[in-house]
Design a protein around this ligand. Sequence first.
Ligand code: CA
Length: 236
Amino acid sequence: MKDMKTKPRLLIIEDEEAILQGLADVFVYNGYEVETAVEGISGLEMALQGGYHLILLDIMLPGLDGFSICNKIREADRHLPIIMLTAKTSEEDIIEGLQLGADDYVPKPFSVRELVARVAAVLRRSGKLHTDMQAFSLGDLVIHPERLSGTRNGKEILFTRRELEILVYLSSHGTRPVSRQELLREVWGYANVDYLETRTVDIHVAKLRRKIEKDSSQPQLLVTVRGEGYQLKVQG
Ligand code: CA
């Protein structure tokens, strides 16, 4: 993992100069080292050259849009945290960003304080996964948090950071079902939860089931407890 004792390095890819400058100022003020790109292709190049702790990524960009950038970054680096700045709060945009492996999204217009808090939360959790977690078993599946992966019968399953955080959180709660609101509060770090956000939990759970269940339409490991939430069911 990258050294977090030095200033965290942020890359902001955003074509609206006023927003970009405002964000850069705020994060510099909050102790970050900030670099910026106003266009997609150069933004992607910078992101791939590495050395950043987190990318703030706009969606509508000249050159290459944020979804494509997110996708390319994920092909090269599954660990680098990405927060998308979505101009529209359309559910489709948010779902697409999350499917491509963004760690979080912040709808515009955003509260700068909220954004600074989200960035800090994502960085805190990404550091934690690397340092705190031991491998653990879910049935015949062995989870390796630090590698963002699991193995079953010698086959490797790759997780996004958020997927893995959900597994870790659920597994630490044993047989108690965990509500979507609690997951959003504890895993996402959201203070206030609305309908759109609870949908993002369902999207992640659906993705997780496709990865860990033998038949994702008949979940045996990550089950829904009606009216209560989600639970990991591990026999043994
Ligand atoms: Ca834009």
